[in-house]
Ligand binder design. Structure first.
Ligand code: HEM
Length: 417
């Protein structure tokens, strides 16, 4: 139903502007509690002008993400656009923007999504990630060595949180570590809700062209790493189109970078703001894995939510969603649903058996979650051990939290030790 038609109806639901603002860095917007209780599937208007349904209850969010009748295909009409002026992608993906036009599998539906995801699933297996942990630990030691050598105060975000995810993905993909700064720059342009349309499109094009060149270079001698393996085992065997290969590489760089970097920053900002928790983890480092799960839930920084579009008429609870209407599954609101997480505002490391949805749910559930957990755990263990007197070097109120990115985060984290 068109927005104009809705306005004609007297029982028309009111439309709220989205995203809602946080009033505190460690709490989701206050309106979510009221929406969950009274209006769990509500109309919102995005900065792009698109309207969509915002879903805020935990079980509804999981139901949407588990139901493939809600499409993740950004080329479909009605797919909610979070950015101003971003063009709706034409069918066929980004061919109008880059010469290699595949869509990333995060924005594809089964069966093609499953085929492409399957090609890289083993790269993120538990076995491979465990084997990778010592390499990650060594890199974190190196970053912390440099931080300590430079002396306090230092910015934990630029010294550790930002470089680590790009070092890791460069190593996994098999691209030169010197290209790290390039990935950081393109990644943050692509994830910034405030980047202009032109900046985002240029970043998309630049990243695609970089991978085009690299794949061409590696075709004659694939070498180690994900790119080499995909070329030798999938591209050369005809199982993978070149444009889908490039799109997958773009996805792996984009998906793992800003998310992990933001979570590392927020994790330390939260712990430094609540010294009791920091002391607890120093005294009982075996609590670290549970603490990380709880911080992922509590800080959920994918604050815009996960966009989908209905492919047929269906119900969420008692609300009818028409085919072609956009839906946003708010993982932030779901992770603070008190019917599943009692006293959700308490960051409680002893919570058990509660499945947060910070990594999403269903077929698109985060492929890199095991890797992200390892990066977070290694950084936390290393910093606690190497910097026993870690403290904020500025009053907490002076920290600047970013709302401009699709993921929430802290700009800088000046610390002393
Ligand atoms: C704390 C860090 C991270 C968080 C909170 C996070 C969160 C998420 C979420 C919520 C989704 C689901 C998107 C949707 O359903 O629309 C997702 C998907 C994805 N993530 Fe992560 N992520 C993190 C780190 C990583 C890392 C390190 C990688 C590794 C490269 C990664 C790779 C991916 C990929 C490839 C997808 C798409 C999966 C698919 O569509 O099948 N993520 N992530």
């Amino acid at each position: 139903m068109a927005a104009a038609d809705r306005e004609q109806q007297t029982d028309e639901p009111s439309v709220i502007s989205y995203p809602l603002k946080r009033t505190s860095p460690f709490e989701p917007p206050a309106e979510y509690a009221c929406l969950r209780a009274n209006d769990p599937v509500t109309r919102v208007r995005l900065v792009s002008g698109d309207e969509a349904w915002l879903v805020t209850r935990y079980h509804d969010v999981k139901a949407v993400l588990a139901d493939t009748r809600f499409s993740a295909d950004a080329t479909r009409a009605g797919f909610p656009r979070f950015r101003t002026g971003f063009p709706r992608l034409a069918a066929g993906g980004v061919k109008n923007i880059t010469r290699t036009g595949g869509l990333m599998f995060m924005r594809l539906d089964p069966p093609k999504h499953d085929v492409l995801r399957q090609m890289v699933t083993s790269e993120f297996s538990t076995h491979r990630m465990r084997a990778f942990r010592p390499w990650i630990a060594q890199k974190v030691e190196g970053l912390v060595d440099e931080l300590i050598a430079a002396g306090p105060p230092a910015d934990l975000v630029s010294a550790v949180a930002l470089p680590l995810p790009s070092l890791v993905i460069c190593e996994m993909l098999g691209v030169p570590a010197e290209d790290r700064a390039f990935f950081e720059e393109q990644g943050s342009l692509l994830m910034s809700a405030k980047a202009t349309q032109r900046q985002s499109l240029v970043a998309l094009k630049t990243l695609a062209e970089y991978f085009e060149r690299l794949v061409t270079e590696k075709e004659s001698a694939p070498g180690p790493g994900i790119i080499g393996r995909l070329i030798a085992e999938r591209l050369h065997t005809g199982q993978l189109e070149r444009e889908d290969l490039i799109a997958t590489l773009r996805l792996l760089v984009i998906a793992g970078h800003e998310t992990t970097a933001s979570m590392i920053g927020l994790m330390f900002a939260g712990l430094l703001a609540r010294p009791g928790e920091l002391a607890l983890l120093r005294a009982q480092p075996d609590l670290i894995p549970a603490a990380i799960e709880e911080m992922l839930r509590h800080h959920t920084m994918t604050m815009m939510g996960l966009p989908r579009v209905a492919t047929e008429d269906l119900m969420i609870g008692s609300t009818l969603i028409r085919a072609g209407e956009g839906v946003i599954a708010s993982v932030v609101a779901a992770n603070w649903d008190p019917s599943v997480f009692p006293d959700p505002d308490r960051c409680d490391f002893s919570r058990r058996d509660r499945q947060h949805v910070a990594f999403g749910f269903g077929v698109h559930q985060c492929l890199g979650q095991m890797l992200a957990r390892i990066e977070l755990a290694v950084v936390l263990e290393t910093v606690l051990r190497r910097m026993p007197h870690l403290a904020l070097a500025v009053p907490f109120e002076r920290l600047r939290f970013r709302e401009d990115l699709l993921v929430f985060g802290v700009d800088e984290l000046p610390v002393a030790w």
